[in-house]
Design a protein around this ligand. Structure first.
Ligand code: SF4
Length: 442
């Protein structure tokens, strides 16, 4: 019992909950519980006391960056959407979370749906939009159900609809259900799909802030980004900016999974080290096995080895290591995991999810996958490693959207940090982790 309590303390001690502040504490199906936690206070405040310019300025000063992966400054995005010509504009929420092992947005939608609705209404006021859409995966039925209830309750309480808080501001929100295509998490594909078209990325510019949903200026942020907004308004941008690092302010939610004792949803200030996440919050590797790597950023990210465990978590540091912040998937690998097999898994995922409209992504990832299959079957050759690197560069340089541009990252990062394991597969016909079945028979 004492051991369990100590483990719980370690799990929570390094965490700081901002986006997840209400999850697990309030009944998400009862708007009064959200209001009791100062819910919709930020919306009331901005509608009654702030100008739209002040709202945009507060988001800019908070230093909030997009939590969906790329880390674009949120305030800048709001400023561009506010400056775009009206009269019709839209606010859209990207709830099409699709990374393997990621469930951050799902948990916020299921645990605190009003925080997203409130933020979208604040965003609508800031940029001059009257309509919002949440593009949510149909595979999240509880999230969809709770959003529908939350929208109905907010309308009933006059917090969505006409003349909110007796002002001239009208704003309402509707849902659009995604049908399971990972590429629809890419902003231009999402907006096409939400408009009823085929969900394929298109070249940018024009950016959604100029030409988005149905060709109108559109502000698009993901669930976690919006969940931070009401608390930034309530506590002030300086408070939010005091958390995290100089270039990555605030906190980040991760779904911690894989070979750690404590798996689950966590939220830590930016700048927390990977070691703290894996060994304090995560409780370390089970059964005394050796840590091997941590995969951040899902299929767009990379494997980070032990010698970089003291790296602070922020957008730039993870990128420098050949990985990405991504939306928050974090999978811990131990000595029983084969990095070649892991790279193959992620590449297979990207291959399956490629929309196929550009050849480097469609064919290049297939060729790379064939090489990885050969290597894991003991049929690889040393020059395959150079071929993998060359193909990776071509796929990254010539792909239209983020899916193709980042798909080679798991391969490149494992080649960079675990080349000896690739070589063992090729030269010795041996899988150091004992995972690749074909090699066990050699
Ligand atoms: Fe489609 Fe891949 Fe091209 Fe993106 S990079 S548009 S997913 S083919």
């Amino acid at each position: 019992e004492r051991k369990r309590r100590l483990s719980d303390i370690r799990f929570f001690r390094a965490q700081h909950r901002v986006a997840l502040r209400n999850c697990g504490l309030i009944n998400p199906e009862d708007i009064t519980e959200y209001i009791a936690c100062e819910g919709y206070f930020a919306l009331a405040d901005v509608l009654l006391n702030w100008t739209p310019v002040q709202v945009v300025d507060a988001i800019k000063r908070s230093g909030l960056r997009g939590r969906g992966g790329a880390g674009f400054p949120t305030g800048r995005k709001w400023e561009l959407a506010a400056a775009a010509e009206g009269p019709v504009k839209y606010v859209v929420c990207n709830a099409d979370e699709g990374d393997p092992g990621a469930f951050m947005d799902r948990s916020i939608l299921e645990g605190d749906p009003h925080s997203v609705l409130e933020a979208m209404a604040i965003a609508g006021y800031a940029i001059g939009a009257r309509e919002g859409y949440i593009y949510v995966r149909a595979e999240y039925p509880i999230a969809v159900d709770r959003l529908e209830r939350a929208i109905a309750q907010a309308r009933q309480y006059g917090l969505l609809g006409r003349r909110i808080f007796n002002t001239n501001f009208d704003f309402d929100i509707d849902l659009r259900l995604g049908a399971g295509a990972f590429v629809c998490g890419e902003e231009t594909a999402l907006l096409r799909s939400a408009a009823g078209e085929r969900g394929e990325p298109r070249p940018r510019p024009p950016y959604p802030a100029q030409c988005g949903l149905w060709g109108k200026p559109t502000l698009l942020n993901n669930v976690e980004t919006y969940a931070n907004v009401p608390v930034i308004i309530r506590e002030g941008p300086a408070w939010f900016a005091s958390l995290g690092t100089e270039n990555s302010r605030g906190t980040k939610v991760f779904s911690l999974a894989g070979k750690v004792l404590n798996t689950g949803l966590i939220e830590v200030p930016m700048g927390t080290t990977l070691r703290t996440v894996v060994f304090d919050i995560g409780g370390g590797i089970p059964e005394g096995r050796q840590f091997k790597a941590v995969q951040t950023g899902g299929p767009s990210g990379g494997c980070i080895p032990e010698r970089y465990l003291d790296t602070p978590i922020d957008y730039e540091s993870l990128k420098q290591l050949g990985s990405m912040m991504g939306s928050g998937g974090m999978i811990v690998l131990d000595e029983t995991d084969c990095v070649v097999d892991i790279a193959k898994f992620y590449l297979q995922f990207s291959q399956d999810e490629s929309c196929g409209q550009c050849t480097p992504c469609r064919v290049g990832t297939r060729r790379m996958l064939e090489i990885l299959e050969r290597i894991t079957q003991g049929k690889g050759e040393m020059e395959d490693l150079n071929e993998l690197e060359e193909l990776s560069r071509e796929v990254m340089d010539a792909s239209l959207c983020g899916l193709g541009q980042t798909a080679p990252n798991p391969v490149l990062s494992t080649l960079k940090y675990f080349r000896d394991e690739y070589e063992a597969h090729i030269r010795d016909k041996r899988c150091p982790a004992g995972v690749c079945r074909a090699l066990l028979d050699y």
